[in-house]
Design a protein around this ligand. Structure first.
Ligand code: EPZ
Length: 425
């Protein structure tokens, strides 16, 4: 299995360009199933998860051409099957996002149940609550590893209705929004997720002829339409990748300019890093992050749905807090078990204790490189950040997690002066 070798690095300096957002492009790709005409998506990041979504769409009947670097032309003229393949769905939870578009366009869908993962059970009850509200019959086929869910719309197709989400689930908001685009009548999603990726999806759907209002607020209104047309769209920048490089500049006390970023999307990270003594200059589409402006002090973090502090930044930010002056508390409110990285950081000499959804982080740790593992995508990034300032060498295994979500991660880090390399073992 391949590993990353990370050595104590100099303060990072230079410029890094952020790629298109993984968590935006995956729902955008799923949404193309609604549209029989050509969908051109630009700024598509070169990620394993994108590859898996491509294969799933092709298995359902889509034809996909890469017409330029990062530019995909996707056409689902005919849907040839409404059953997503087990072997592909099991690789990536986000593949469940094809259920809404298939149900909306074809009136039927059969999708393997997405697995849980190291950060939580990842249930789909809110997705199914939404589909039922639109008139779909849902049948669960529980058969161990081959469990799947079958949905079938009524004789007139899906009928718009009002849906309240008990939790502002990103995926449920996206799935229900896509299912409602071609439904009869109007749908309201209440207590909807407000993430920028939801807004990007709504913009994409509106450009192809949908009638969606309120994306980015807690109530989204979708007025059903009869048909959709060709569309071209550029994916928003990846706010979590941007936050990761902001932290790389901060933890190494460097000075890094981050381009192709929307500062509005990373407000909580900017605010929290400023509380820690990091200086940040904001441009329209860039940030200048300076960790060399004075002592770095700890602050407390509580993850919340957008616009709160993003759960995906919790583990990378915790790595940073271990070397700041002072102690801090990190509260994870979105996922029920997103502290798997704590044991890995403690192995490197951090001193973090957890109790339920709280982690108590001692500052001023002298981290030492050793063998650690990436327990999920963002925890892997946290281990790289820790390795940049740890004495000696840090070997990170299970790096396939990291490469699922960060395009050209090694190259971008090395471009800033990080001492990081990939070895096949
Ligand atoms: C999306 O996952 C992201 N993934 C996650 O990013 C991100 O951490 C998460 O949103 C929260 O921001 C993609 O967009 C592909 P949720 P999603 O549904 O949609 C509970 C990364 O590292 N819930 O908002 O699966 C659930 O258990 C990944 O890039 C239900 O109870 O997240 C969790 O506690 C990790 N019932 C909470 O909501 C449901 O039906 C948030 O989940 C659905 C969710």
């Amino acid at each position: 299995m391949a590993k990353y070798i990370v050595k104590k690095s100099v303060p990072l300096r230079g410029e890094v360009e952020i790629s298109g957002a993984k968590n935006a492009v995956l729902p955008l790709m799923a949404a193309t199933l609604l549209n029989p005409e050509e969908c051109v998506i630009r700024s598509v990041p070169d990620l394993k998860d994108v590859q898996v979504m491509m294969e799933i769409l092709e298995s359902l009947g889509a034809s996909i051409d890469v017409t330029a670097p990062g530019e995909f032309s996707i056409s689902s003229r005919q849907i040839k099957t409404t059953e997503a393949p087990f072997n592909l769905v099991s690789k990536m939870r986000a593949s469940f996002l094809v259920m809404g578009p298939l149900l909306g366009r074809e009136g039927v869908a059969r999708i393997p149940l997405p697995g849980g993962c190291s950060i939580g059970a990842r249930p789909i009850d809110l997705h199914l609550k939404g589909f039922r509200a639109l008139g779909a019959d849902i049948i669960m086929h529980e058969d161990g590893a081959f469990s799947y869910v079958e949905a079938a719309a009524g004789p007139k197709g899906l009928i718009g209705d009002r849906i309240y989400l008990d939790f502002p689930s990103v995926g449920a908001t996206e799935n229900i929004m896509m299912a409602a685009v071609l439904a009869l009548g109007t749908t309201y999603i209440e207590n909807a997720a407000e993430e920028p990726e939801i807004v990007d999806l709504a913009n994409f759907l509106n450009k192809m002829g949908a009638k969606i209002k309120g994306a980015g607020t807690d109530t989204i209104r979708i007025e059903g339409v009869k048909s959709l047309h060709a569309v071209k769209h550029t994916v928003i920048p990846d706010r979590i990748e941007a936050g990761t490089f902001m932290l790389a500049a901060a933890i190494t006390k460097g000075h890094v300019t981050i381009t192709n970023v929307l500062p509005d999307h990373v407000k909580p990270i900017i605010a929290k890093l400023r509380e820690c003594g990091v200086r940040i200059e904001e441009g329209d589409d860039y940030l200048e992050v300076m960790g060399d402006q004075g002592p770095l002090v700890s602050t407390d973090i509580k993850t919340l749905p957008y616009p709160g502090f993003p759960t995906d930044m919790q583990s990378p930010f915790m790595a940073f807090l271990t070397v700041c002056n002072g102690n801090s508390t990190v509260i994870e409110t979105v996922f029920e078990s997103r502290f798997m990285h704590v044991a890995q950081l403690n192995k490197m000499g951090a001193s973090i204790e957890t109790a339920g959804s709280r982690a108590f982080v001692k500052g001023n740790s002298r981290l030492r490189g050793c063998e650690v593992m990436a327990t999920d995508l963002r925890a892997g990034a946290a281990m790289v950040l820790a390795g940049l300032v740890a004495e000696g060498q840090t070997e990170i295994s299970e790096i396939y997690h990291i490469e699922r979500g960060y395009e050209n991660f090694i190259e971008k880090m090395r471009g800033l002066g990080a001492d990081i390399s990939k070895v096949e073992s």
